[in-house]
Design a protein. Structure first.
Length: 443
């Protein structure tokens, strides 16, 4: 890059001296002016590569100097950076309106000045190269216009890339979370199924043994009280029967066996629900029974809900939905747990489903309504933001609803919230029976 010329315009000699010293240290050629008229003359004569222009000066101020520079075709291309103590919004706007490329607020920081000068000189150098290669002002304008189009396109591409990266990050977080849940479910299923199996087998054997033992005891009882035995022997055996509370043990054993089997069946249901909830290893789109997914999720979060709310199911007639079931189960879990946490006193969570048709497209409507505290209007629009939470530190990550929103978007659905403080909250999820991309790509 060639040696660049910087015109410093300031009515304070001390300011000029300081800036000029630093600029010369950076190998810039420095030209100075102490008022607006002198600045215009120096600019026309020297044709600097960049102008550092004070705003408040005697005679014509910096705004007017910049306006005249930009009205001169020979000088309009020179970048102007304002230096001023005026930091109000209107002054900043006025500066950019008259053609400045940047603004430095006094008292200046020399590192900031050098960084901004370097940046704009680099841009100026690029522009000068374009001018030299095209030789005509009209070609320069075309090139700048094209550059602006390219910058706009790059900005648009960057925004799209950022959106894709954010989506990928959300999906990664979701995948990691679901993978952890899947591993947990698999571990629980493996660790519990084996003991359940042999306990269930042992209970079956114990019940069989008890039937044999009961038959033996009944036979013993019949023989004990036959008239052929001596009275003292019958009395002694009867006392043993009575002292051992054999009649109670027989009756209670039957009840204990029934309760034990019921408990085992409950554990089996929980393990099955864990498998259904996570679909361990399953990441494929498939036709899924949402009612079954909600029921399995309710079993998983039962301990979170049972002390806080009664659950009312209002299931309608709905078809199977093509989706990633484990991800929707994660959404159901987030909404159910949030509903339970919203209850200060015992309340009700109502889950309803129905089939709807909108513009010829079939949707399943799933709603979760609670009678909790409700969401204040001032934060209602923020609940789907990543990391936003109203819970105390350590009790919430602020990712639950954000991830849920991403999952529903991925399924080409909608999630909406209606809430009233002191009354409760209703989340409404609309899911297409067959999402558009699935219809085109896999059906």
């Amino acid at each position: 890059m060639k040696l660049s010329t910087v015109l410093i315009v300031d009515d304070t000699p001390a300011n000029i001296a300081v800036l000029a010293g630093y600029m010369e240290d950076q190998k810039y050629k420095v030209v100075v002016a102490q008022d607006g008229e002198e600045a215009l003359q120096r600019a026309d004569y020297v044709r600097p590569d960049l102008i550092l222009l004070d705003v408040m000066m005697p005679g014509i101020d910096g705004f007017e100097v910049c306006r005249r520079l930009k009205a001169n075709d020979a000088l309009s291309h020179i970048p102007v950076i304002f230096m001023t103590a005026l930091s109000d919004t209107q002054s900043l706007v006025n500066g950019f309106k008259v053609g400045a490329v940047d603004y430095i607020v006094k008292p200046i920081q020399i590192e900031e000045v050098l960084a901004r000068v370097k940046t704009h000189l680099s841009l100026r150098y690029v522009q000068a190269q374009l001018v030299e290669s095209n030789q005509h002002l009209s070609h320069e304008i075309d090139a700048r216009t094209q550059a602006e189009v390219e910058l706009t396109k790059i900005s648009s591409d960057q925004k799209q890339l950022i959106n894709k990266l954010q989506e990928a990050q959300n999906q990664l977080l979701q995948s990691e979370k679901m993978a952890s849940i899947g591993q947990l479910a698999a571990g629980i299923a493996h660790e519990i199924n084996n003991p359940i199996g042999f306990v269930n087998s042992n209970l079956g054997s114990l019940q069989s043994y008890f039937v044999t033992l009961l038959d033996t005891l009944n036979a013993f009882k019949d023989i004990t009280f036959k008239q052929g035995l001596q009275a003292d022997v019958r009395s002694q055996l009867g006392q043993i029967w009575h002292d051992g509370e054999i009649d109670f043990l027989i009756e209670d054993f039957v009840e204990l066996m029934k309760e034990s089997k019921d408990g085992l069946n409950r554990v089996k249901e929980i393990v099955t629900s864990l498998k259904d909830f996570s679909h361990v290893g399953g990441k494929e789109w498939a036709e899924t029974d949402l009612h079954k997914g909600i029921d399995s999720t309710l079993n998983i979060v039962n301990n979170e809900i049972k002390y806080k709310a009664d659950v009312v199911k209002k299931y309608g007639q709905i078809p199977l939905v093509k989706c990633i079931g484990s991800q929707l189960n994660q959404v159901f879990m987030n909404l159910l747990v949030n509903a339970a946490h919203a209850m200060k006193e015992r309340g009700t969570i109502t889950i309803s489903t129905e089939l709807q048709e909108i513009d010829g497209v079939k949707f399943v409507n799933v709603e979760f309504a609670d009678t909790g505290e409700g969401i204040p209007p001032e934060i209602k629009n923020r609940i789907f933001e990543p990391f936003f939470t109203t819970k105390p530190i350590g009790q919430g990550t602020g990712l639950g609803l954000s991830l849920s929103y991403g999952i529903i978007q991925k399924h080409k659905g909608k999630i909406e919230v209606d809430s009233q403080v002191g009354v409760g909250t209703r989340f409404k999820i609309l899911l297409p029976v067959v999402p558009p991309q699935i219809s085109c790509d896999q059906d």
